[in-house]
Write a protein that binds this ligand. Structure first.
Ligand SMILES: Cc1ncc(COP(=O)(O)O)c(C=O)c1O
Length: 445
């Protein structure tokens, strides 16, 4: 083992190097990551005491603090209530819980709560290979931790979406307690509206995992899950929604059916799965909610436009972007079958060598065993959009990607151009440059 003190020095140095590399020198196209404004970062830094505090206890059916077990909560309880109310207002619902520390935690509490409420351990979900998150799957949180049995939605590979007619038959036959929508490879709105009636018929709660698309939902594009029939939204708060890393569950209480579910979800949060709830993220979450209220629509529209522009441009230049017949995507991401150029593993690595960071991804027709070298790439546009890329800039970036994908230039050579392009987009748009700016804006408004 290395010397203890050396390890500390190396840790500090690696951290500095990481910040320089990923934050300054790379172009980030990982679809599951987000980019915070300077104001959001400032609020996070301003809450360093809060970050170390505990607020164990119960909440009421508005999502507000009801009872806390520790003293010293004078300002903490209002902070939690304010953040919760901001999310409720932004997503037009009357209940939210902001105590979740991640999207996985939000799924844990929701799946557990809903299976307690229904006394039914069956859940219909998208297959993992077709874009579900591991936390939905029997091999991950849902199955291995919660003991929930998965039954798969029928997925239409050509449409890159759930087949509503055939999934209705599955739901009718399986009679699950939960039907889940949303996912990680997520190009088109899922058919909640089309399947709501059959979910009601069998008494299943509808959960929608909006981790990837929460910012698009806030911006009023993609889909509006709570209006389309979802009972609950579970989510991360740090992907297209540009907040601090964390989670949230949202929905509506109604006096009976949903109240029962909310109480069980709250129980699944505390005491079942949370002790410290990482309160230090809440002020920053509130500023991110403000930014999305003010700039979310323009941001979301531009993100989708940029993703579609890249889809079209790469496709026209000989790269197999999926779903050309549907305009490639309606979200922040595109899916590319890159086998013709060497496969997901090779191309993701080559792009990384050029400082363009995206991820290799299984495509629905891949064998589950080929995770190490899948057919695809998943490419996300939320980060570059927030940095100010418009359609012309996206095409320029695609040209650099094409140079690498087609082996026209060595990745190390392209890297110089990528660094220069990254430098041109130094700021973060669609947000506030500091917390004072956000506060002044509100005072003037
Ligand atoms: C659909 C979906 N749900 C949940 C998660 C997990 O989110 P977190 O990392 O916040 O736990 C992810 C992660 O990318 C995701 O894609």
């Amino acid at each position: 083992m290395e010397d203890f003190y050396d390890l500390v020095l190396k840790l500090a140095e690696a951290t500095r190097n990481h910040e320089q590399y990923r934050d300054q020198e790379c172009i980030n196209m990982i679809a599951s990551e987000g980019i915070k404004s300077p104001a959001v970062k400032e609020m996070q830094a301003a809450a360093s005491d809060l970050e170390g505090r505990y607020a164990e206890g119960d909440n009421d059916l508005q999502g507000h603090v009801k009872k806390r077990y520790y003293q010293g909560q004078k300002f903490m309880s209002p902070i939690e209530d304010y953040a919760t109310d901001l999310m409720k207002s932004l997503f037009k619902c009357n209940w939210a819980d902001t105590r979740l520390v991640s999207g996985t935690h939000a799924n844990l509490a929701t799946f557990k709560g809903l299976s307690l409420a229904t006394k039914n351990r069956k859940m219909v979900v998208t297959p993992l290979s077709c874009g579900a998150h591991i936390s939905h799957d029997y091999t991950g949180l849902a199955g291995a931790v919660l003991g929930i049995e998965n039954i798969s939605h029928v997925y239409d590979i050509n449409e890159m979406n759930i087949d509503p007619d055939r999934s209705a038959d599955v739901i009718r036959a399986a009679k699950p307690g939960i039907v889940t929508f949303g996912g990680s490879l997520f190009l088109f709105p899922h058919p909640i509206k089309e399947l709501k009636e059959v979910c009601d018929e069998v008494g299943a709660y509808v959960a929608y995992d909006s981790s990837h698309v929460l910012g698009l939902v806030a911006g009023g594009v993609f889909q509006d899950p709570l209006r389309e029939g979802a009972d609950f939204i579970t989510s991360s708060t740090h992907k297209t929604f540009p907040g601090p890393q964390g989670g949230v569950v949202m929905g509506n209480t109604d006096g009976k059916r949903l109240d029962k579910a909310v109480k069980k979800i709250q129980y699944a949060i505390f005491p079942l799965s949370a002790s410290s709830t990482h309160l230090g993220r809440l002020p920053a979450l509130g500023v991110a909610a403000l930014e999305m209220k003010l700039f979310g629509n323009a941001l979301a529209k531009q993100i989708v436009k940029n993703a579609q522009t890249a889809g079209q441009y790469l496709y026209e230049n000989g790269v197999k972007v999926l779903c050309e017949h549907k305009g490639f995507t309606r979200s922040h991401q595109i899916a590319v079958d890159i086998r013709a150029y060497g496969g997901g593993n090779k191309i993701a690595q080559d792009l990384e060598d050029a400082n363009i960071v995206c991820n290799k991804n299984l495509l629905p027709y891949d064998d589950q065993g080929s995770k190490g070298d899948p057919s695809g790439l998943r490419i996300g546009f939320q980060d570059v959009t927030r940095r100010g890329f418009k359609e012309g800039d996206i095409k320029h970036l695609c040209d650099l990607m094409l140079d690498v994908i087609k082996g026209k230039r060595k990745p190390a050579e392209v890297q110089q151009d990528v660094k220069a392009l990254r430098k041109e987009f130094a700021g973060v748009q669609f947000g506030f440059q500091n917390a004072e700016g956000a506060i002044n804006y509100i005072k003037k408004a």
